[in-house]
Design a protein. Structure first.
Length: 189
């Protein structure tokens, strides 16, 4: 049997990327699935490591070619998706795929891969705490934060569509809980 898939999803600012980095550091034969996006590259990001940065036209062409396992237009002309070739590359390396994806992407991936995948929703302690984290991050203006908080409130309503919910009110506890869920799942070969 080929590798398994570990899906970590959360609203922006809930701590999913921090938990994903922790899981990658734990030598669990997990490899990060690099998503494709049409958004602009940020200063601290690297092409092919953080994302595959594509133009809107290239992204749409690849949709038409059937190159994506899943994709969505998160905001107008801001596409995100998982390339089928990325999943195959990781499995060919003998590893399990680890996804850091938005909520809709997480639900789509779980629907596609079923029992081969575990889906974990990282829940922020509250919408207020989430807003505070986004403000402290310092990467978005007030309007963008307001938009992210509104989106997060909607996304939190979908938490029950995931296999597990991990509340990130204490980072060490959330990391430990995610670690235990993942090791139990990938140990069931």
């Amino acid at each position: 049997m080929k590798g398994r898939l570990v899906i970590i999803s959360a609203p922006s600012g809930a701590g999913k990327t921090t938990i994903v980095r922790f899981l990658l550091s734990e030598r669990l034969n997990l490899e990060f699935s690099v998503s494709a996006t049409t958004r602009k590259i940020r200063n601290n990001e690297t092409e092919g490591k953080d994302y595959y940065f594509l133009s809107v036209q290239e992204f749409r062409r690849r949709i038409d070619n059937g190159d994506f396992a899943e994709w969505e237009e998160v905001y107008k002309d801001h596409y995100y998706g998982t390339l089928k070739a990325e999943i195959e590359r990781i499995w060919n390396n003998g590893n399990h795929v680890l996804f850091d994806v938005d909520v809709k992407g997480g639900i789509s991936l779980k629907n596609i891969f079923g029992d081969r995948a575990i889906s974990i929703f990282i829940m922020p302690p509250s919408v207020e705490e989430l807003e505070k984290r986004l403000l402290n991050r310092g990467t978005d203006n007030a309007d963008k934060i307001k938009m992210r908080v509104m989106k997060a409130s909607e996304e939190m309503k979908s938490a029950d569509r995931f296999d597990y919910i991990v509340v990130n009110d204490n980072l060490e506890k959330a990391q430990s809980e995610a670690y235990n869920l993942v090791t139990d799942f990938i140990g069931k070969e």
